[in-house]
Design a protein around this ligand. Structure first.
Ligand code: GDP
Ligand code: IMO
Ligand code: MG
Length: 427
């Protein structure tokens, strides 16, 4: 089967961008099927670093078609800025196709995102304030504006005007905010629509035709399983389905088209935003991981919360995604620790929990049960095969495979494309 799905196995930022870029080398089509420009992928090619938010990571590979699917919420302003940035760096953006069914993110979505967060006070979700939640709310409520209508001048202005009016009521009357300027927004977004229009097509057909022609398709996940609306640590989640099932809807292909499901897993755990985090290290060990792993958000610059690897989470991700292999990322960050730990279960009062619980009340009372391993001091970045890794690093990988029950096919030992160990074919 020539379709590969990339899913984050934890709370996002697992290094999906690097694996996607690596696999996009071989892929004919790369598809984003959910989320929006709340995602932040950093891809390092040679000495250049690219921060991508909405545009698929395949953009850095010549010859790859890059699809933004119907499941994505599309921010025209963010998109056009990204396009401009890539072009300024000499990267062609001709290969981008955007679904005519994708919903649009408008300034009122961002404003409501910000105001709703403010109103939550201490219960803030810690959103990226990119308007993602409010845009998906409109979609579900059936008042959203889809791409096909956005780029149709006959249709767009009247429905947009109606939406601005309704949203300004929410902004002023519910949140006590300042109304947004309708005329200004209509002018700006009509101009954006004209600029976006050349990229728009029925993206599902592009993907379908590629599959029928036996092409390799890579479905690029943003966020991670624990940020999934159903499977994540609700309400501290995003508003889409960054799990394998979400991709069939978000890209318009049938579930039987999916071959490999690669779970991108950090060698430790991080999260941005609020919510319980059982293996969080609120000490100098956590700080050391944060510094060594440069754990600061690509989209918001926020310091990420850090902790040891939690296989209760990875096992859960393996189950709900149908994960067929693991890409173990940032293993080099753990170099130099005298000991490294893996959480294998949660102690909850007198009971041991093996399956990731739904209740955040339960989760917040769980204590990690750890297995401790001797660390390694050797620099991993030059290792190009599993055999070249230090014995203790191999033992760490072997134990993860045994605990999760899924093979580790990729080991990443640095941010560069070359700093990658491949242990089995993916396509
Ligand atoms: P994504 O959102 O899952 O794509 O991940 P991010 O790009 O937000 O965060 C991962 C960060 O780790 C990026 O800065 C990558 O360049 C970097 N990275 C990826 N793999 C490795 C690795 O194996 N080692 C190190 N040191 N950095 C890595
Ligand atoms: P990548 O693709 C990490 C988190 C936010 C917040 C919650 C909801 O880089 O892995 P939203 O703005 O989506 O409504 O915020 O989800 N979040 C991410 N955390 N990586 C991401 O993307 C994220 N996208 C959203 O911090 O807790
Ligand atoms: Mg990220």
């Amino acid at each position: 089967m020539s379709t590969v799905v990339i899913v984050g196995a934890q709370w996002g930022d697992e290094g999906k961008g690097k694996v996607i870029d690596y696999l996009a080398n071989e892929a004919d089509v790369v598809v984003r099927g959910q989320g929006g420009n709340n995602a932040g992928h950093t891809v390092v090619v040679g000495d250049k670093k690219y921060a991508l938010h909405l545009i698929p990571s395949g953009i850095l590979n010549e010859g790859t078609i890059n699809v933004i699917g119907n499941g994505v919420v599309f921010d025209p302003e963010g998109f056009l800025k990204e396009v401009e940035g890539l072009r300024a760096q000499g990267i062609s953006t001709d290969s981008i196709c955007v679904s005519d069914r994708a919903h649009i993110v408008f300034p009122y979505h961002r404003e409501i995102d910000r105001l709703a967060e403010e109103a939550r006070g201490v219960d803030q979700i810690g959103t990226t304030k990119k308007g993602i939640g409010p845009s998906y709310m409109d979609k579900v409520e059936r008042s959203g504006i889809r791409m096909c209508d956005f780029i149709d001048p006959e249709i767009f202005e009247p429905i947009f005007r109606k939406q601005i009016e309704a949203k300004n009521k929410i902004i002023t009357q519910i949140y006590g905010g300042t109304a947004l300027d309708a005329e200004e927004m209509i002018k700006t977004y009509t101009a954006y629509a004209a600029q976006v229009k050349p990229f728009v097509t029925d993206a599902s057909v592009v993907v379908y035709d590629a599959l029928r022609a036996g092409k390799k398709v890579l479905l690029e996940g943003a966020q991670g399983t624990l940020l999934d609306l159903d499977y994540g640590t609700y309400p501290y989640v995003t508003s889409s389905h960054p799990t394998a099932g979400g991709f069939t809807i978000g890209s318009g292909i049938g579930p039987n088209e999916i071959g490999e499901v690669v779970g991108i897993t950090k060698a430790y755990t991080t999260r941005v935003g609020k919510g319980p985090f059982v293996t969080e290290l609120d000490d100098e060990v956590g700080e050391r991981i944060r510094i060594a792993g440069h754990e600061f958000g690509t989209t918001t610059g926020r310091p990420r919360r850090c902790g040891w690897l939690d296989t209760v989470i990875v096992k859960y991700s393996a189950r709900v995604n149908g994960m067929t292999c693991i890409a173990l990322m940032l293993l080099d960050v753990l170099t130099g620790f005298e000991t490294v730990k893996i959480c294998t279960g949660y102690q909850y009062g007198d009971t041991v929990i093996e399956h990731f619980p739904a209740s955040l009340n339960v989760l917040s009372k769980c204590e990690p049960i750890y297995e401790t391993f001797p660390g390694w001091t050797e620099d991993l970045s030059a290792c190009r095969s599993y055999e070249e890794l230090p014995e203790n690093a191999k033992r760490y990988i072997d134990r993860i495979e045994a605990l999760v029950g899924v093979p580790v096919k990729i080991v990443s030992v640095g941010p560069k494309r070359s700093e990658t160990i491949i242990r089995g074919s993916i396509y």
